[in-house]
Design a protein around this ligand. Structure first.
Ligand code: NAP
Ligand code: MG
Length: 495
């Protein structure tokens, strides 16, 4: 797919958006709105409703009505449900160029990468999950407490009910797809709350959901801020919450969902270790390690943000990484040549700058990309720190920006010792030509995903999620369906 300059010039519509509640495009009941910005220009793109507690309640009621037995959604056969989900995947692909541009303008990310990664992966989730609707099966299980043949016992899998889904701003459409596709495949109904910084692609997806033919109320999209998300988590008629975002908010959600003991899945932050052994294919390790941190401006939960390099090749790898960093084309995301765009917001830029300052103050050595940054927009300089040590904030904490910390190591045990203290466990990576060493290292990592001689390789069929404080449960693959299904055991006395 190519993004034409004519399309870029035409931009995206400035018409104030509405949110989707029970099949109707609605303003907030109190008329409140939120502005969404283009982080490259700092200009307001348009407004979206700022959903309040009453709007969340309306959306939850619509989702509940759509879930009632006998509703149009519940009357669909699994095959019919699968066809709707598949059609939605097709529609995402049919509108890929427009969606990539929307994503780029609303989030700041390079349009070329949105077209290559975000949009096709979102479509893939719908296509992959559409095949599962007809394969959700229970078991017939022997009953041993009575003579053979006198009892029949079996399980069925049922959708969990009304699901609240709360997503972050870093991959807005992809996160919406990761959440919606399995929930719909399981037969649930949904209230989705996009991040306040990036609501536009989810609202466009809402239009495509209607075009695909989903019954009203199956997917409701309530735009708003953190308080909107909190209202969804607190709502007594929501059966389950699926959240992607920071570990801090994840913990708040755990506490806030205790009221009616909502089922919970959480995809949280990371500080993922990437391990380069001296025997690695170094050009490949350097290129992939640069991609691991600079892709999506480092605003990726699985960014390879802590790089361990075996001591004999430390200087060579750092030199290679600095060269890769200096080659990055920094600019407005909507320019197809851009490889590193602005961060999503002023707040995120300030946060990243704070880490850059703290790294220098703590005595680490910054190597900064030589690119001149545009005068407007939330651009952070790509940066590699050497001379850092565990205990420094830049080493221990998630930065969520284009900032890499390089640490030397001698043997795997050195890495394991530092990693044991890391509260996160989302991803890890290893680069080596030694197969045994690769798998011993993969085995030693307490992480939900381990990349061997690669990074940023995900697939709709592969489970993704965190060990430790990186979360509860898995996204994608058939593993994610478990999060949206209940098991009912039926025991019948045949006498
Ligand atoms: P965030 O502040 O946790 O926000 C995530 C979402 O939660 C947003 O929609 C936000 O709404 C909403 N929210 C905020 N406070 C809430 C509350 N009290 N109750 C309910 N919802 C609330 O995270 P972020 O800064 O947007 O995203 C970056 C973080 O997400 C990073 O830490 C990153 O590692 C993590 N992340 C993890 C994954 C993964 O798969 N594990 C993927 C992507 C990102 P508003 O935005 O409107 O305030
Ligand atoms: Mg925006």
């Amino acid at each position: 797919m190519s993004v034409t300059t004519e399309r870029l010039a035409s931009g995206i519509s400035t018409t104030p958006r509405k949110m989707l509640v029970g099949g109707v495009w609605a303003d907030a009941l109190d008329g409140a709105v939120l502005e969404t910005l283009d982080p490259a220009t700092e200009e307001v793109l348009t407004t979206v409703p700022l959903g309040g507690t009453a709007d969340v309640d309306r959306a939850v009621r619509a989702a509940r009505a759509a879930f009632e037995p006998g509703s149009p959604w519940r009357r669909l056969s699994p095959s019919q449900r699968g066809r709707l989900i598949h059609r939605l995947g097709d529609l995402v692909l049919e509108h890929a160029e427009e969606l990539a541009l929307t994503e780029s303008r609303d989030n700041g990310k390079p349009v070329a990468y949105a077209a290559l990664a975000d949009i096709p992966m979102a479509a893939d989730l719908f296509h992959y999950m559409s095949g599962w609707t007809t394969k959700i099966e229970g078991n017939t299980i022997p009953f041993s407490a009575a003579p053979p043949g006198s009892f029949l016992s079996y399980t069925t899998r049922e959708p969990i009910g009304v699901v609240g889904q709360i997503i972050p701003w870093n991959f807005p459409l992809m996160m919406a797809a990761w959440k919606l596709a399995p929930a719909l495949a399981a037969g649930c109904t949904v209230v989705l709350k996009p991040a306040e910084q990036t609501p536009l692609s989810a609202l466009r997806l809402g239009e495509l959901i209607q075009e695909a033919g989903f019954p009203d109320g199956v997917v409701n999209i309530v735009t708003g801020d953190g308080a909107t998300g909190a209202a969804l988590v607190a709502h007594p008629d929501v059966d389950k919450v699926a959240f992607t975002g920071s570990t801090e908010v994840g913990k708040e959600i755990v506490r806030a969902s205790a009221g009616n003991l909502k089922k919970l899945t959480l995809e949280l932050g990371g500080k993922s270790p990437n391990i380069v052994y001296a025997d690695a294919d170094l050009p490949r390790a350097v290129a992939a390690s640069a991609g691991a941190i600079f892709f999506n401006q480092g605003e990726s939960c699985m960014a390879g943000s802590r790089l361990y390099v075996q001591r004999p090749v430390l200087d060579q790898v750092v030199e290679g990484l600095v060269a890769e960093m200096n080659r990055l084309v920094v600019g407005v995301g909507a320019d197809p040549a851009t490889q590193l765009g602005p961060l999503v917001s002023r707040e995120q830029l300030d946060r990243v700058r704070g880490y850059l300052t703290s790294g220098v103050r703590d005595g680490a050595v910054p190597h900064t990309g030589g690119q001149s940054l545009p005068a407007t927009g939330y651009f952070a300089p790509p940066t590699i720190f050497t001379g850092a040590e565990p205990g420094m904030r830049i080493v221990d904490e998630e930065i969520f920006g284009p900032v890499l910390v390089v640490l030397p190591f001698d043997g795997l045990e050195d890495v394991v010792a530092v990693e044991r203290a890391n509260p996160y466990g989302l991803a890890a990576g290893v680069f080596t030509r030694d197969v045994g060493k690769a798998f011993r290292t993969a085995d030693a990592m307490r992480a939900g995903t381990v990349f061997v001689n690669t990074w940023n390789a995900l697939d709709a069929a592969l489970p993704f999620g965190g060990y430790k404080q990186s979360g509860w449960g898995r996204e994608m693959g058939h593993a994610v369906l478990e999060n949206y299904l209940e098991t009912k055991t039926v025991i019948a006395d045949l006498s």
